[in-house]
Design a binder for this molecule. Structure first.
Ligand code: C2O
Ligand code: CU
Length: 465
């Protein structure tokens, strides 16, 4: 393929018109299930700035959306057309361990030019996402992610269903390119890699026209490396109906701002209350100010005013966490970071002083160990209930994500919180999570602030068959 034709294709793929081009349709038919990770140029920054090179699945930003009905099968042939080895993790999916996409734990990395077949059945309805799990701190920051929507066999009645992927990017304002400082010690040792440019579905000015009284399902996904989104509604009346994919027992009216840590999702059902000519907003609260995250200009009115509150989503299977009284208990002490009290920790089997850890660009420890260890944090037999006390002995928040199984937070009074896969732990907090170890294999447990995961906050546990 000549260079000029190639650059034409790259350009064309960034435009919405490309989807209609016959050449692309033919290619798609011949390559059903192809999941190509590759670079693409997209207009991320406002007009006048150069296009930004991003890494995506399929050449669009965000990457190809996967939609499947609950119980359906997902078969995707990852082809790595990136200059680095990669892998794909299906965040929040309770699937077989071999499909979990973790290099060194569940599979080997997929080299440049190589392929890997992901093939699994989607057990749970809800809002999930996929993202690179090799050098995530770089590859996710470059955009290698997308939405994975598992539809209920009987979906709730809404007029529209919108998946909104929130991200922040660190762009060089001069070139419009993603800053390549992925190893920056300051990000690693502090709050993580926070960007300077916030988008929804790859757009800084996403605007979705709506009509008064329309009912929307909004699927919020936080794909950023480290930013905690605090979100509110304006001109919209809504309920939270699911967290991290899993339906809540009862829809909860959105009264307080919604806090979404990296990796977390929230499904809302909202009614448009703004009048024709007004603009409703998903508002991002930052430093006490409200900023427009997504605009919903109201272009007319729909029927259906005064609808009753939505019903709960149909529950997924295996949502109960019982057996807490004879649970296997374990403790995870998180330490390190700037202004932390970590004097020394074990890195690659050797005890190192904090100064030596800094030299290795490593800053955090779980139970005194930096990064992956030879033995798991805990070993549970299949079906056993696990109660894990997590102590955030640092001055930063962390988004703790468990692979392969969802957990509930267990409060001191014995009550259980919603079923989630990622817990946002504020500084100094101690919280217990409880889960049924019903998915055999080796599973990661790590901070989803990806600079933290890359500098020590990563461990694993084993569920024996
Ligand atoms: Cu969303 Cu281990 O990751
Ligand atoms: Cu963290």
């Amino acid at each position: 393929m000549s260079l000029s034709r190639r650059s034409f294709l790259v350009k064309a793929s960034a435009s919405a018109l490309a989807a209609a081009s016959p050449a692309r349709l033919v290619a798609a038919a011949a390559d059903a299930g192809l999941f190509e990770a590759r670079a693409a140029r997209v207009q991320l920054a406002p007009p006048g700035y150069p296009e930004t090179e991003v890494w995506t699945v399929g050449g669009t930003m965000p990457g190809a959306m996967l939609k499947v009905t609950q119980g359906g099968r997902v078969t995707r042939r990852l082809r790595n057309a990136l200059p680095q080895p990669t892998s794909i993790h299906w965040h929040g999916m309770r699937i077989a361990n071999a499909m979990d996409g973790v290099p060194g734990l569940t599979q080997a990395t997929v080299a440049s030019g190589a392929e890997f077949l992901y093939d699994f059945v989607a057990p749970d309805a809800g809002t999930y996402w996929y993202h690179a799990h090799n050098r995530s701190v770089e590859q996710v920051a470059r955009g290698l992610y997308g939405a994975l929507i598992v539809e209920e066999a009987e979906a709730p009645e809404v007029d529209r269903d919108e998946a909104l992927i929130l991200d922040d990017w660190r762009l060089d304002p001069a070139t419009g390119q993603i800053a390549a400082d992925f190893e920056a010690p300051h990000d690693r040792s502090h709050a993580g890699r926070i960007g300077n440019f916030v988008t929804t579905n790859g757009r800084y000015d996403l605007s979705l026209p709506v009509r008064t009284n329309e009912r929307l399902r909004i699927r919020l996904i936080n794909a950023s490396n480290a930013r905690i989104f605090v979100l509110a509604l304006s001109g919209l009346d809504g309920w939270t109906v699911a967290l991290d994919g899993m339906p809540l027992a009862e829809p909860e009216p959105v009264a307080e701002p919604i806090v979404l840590g990296p990796g977390q999702r929230a499904d809302l059902i909202v009614d448009v209350t703004a009048a024709e000519g007004e603009t409703a907003h998903l508002v991002r609260v930052e430093d006490g100010k409200g900023l427009a995250q997504v605009a919903f200009p109201v272009t007319g009115a729909a029927g259906g005013a005064g609808r009753p509150a939505p019903a709960a989503l149909p529950p997924n299977l295996r949502m109960e966490v019982g057996g807490l009284d004879d649970a296997l208990t374990a403790r995870l002490n998180m330490s390190g970071g700037a202004m932390g009290r970590l004097d020394a920790a074990v890195l690659e089997g050797e005890r190192r002083s904090f100064a030596q850890l800094v030299d290795a660009n490593q800053f955090w420890a779980f139970n005194g160990a930096v990064g992956m260890t030879g033995t798991p944090l805990l070993e549970a037999s299949r079906g056993q209930t696990v109660r894990l006390t997590i102590v955030n002995d640092t001055v930063f928040p962390h988004a703790m994500h468990l692979h392969g199984m969802h957990f509930r937070e267990a409060a001191g009074d014995g009550s259980l919180g919603p079923l989630r896969d990622t817990a946002l732990m504020l500084r100094g907090e101690t919280r217990d999570i409880a889960f049924v170890a019903d998915n055999p294999g080796d599973w990661l447990l790590h901070c989803h602030m990806l600079s933290h995961a890359a500098s020590g906050m990563m461990t694993w546990l084993r569920v024996t068959a």
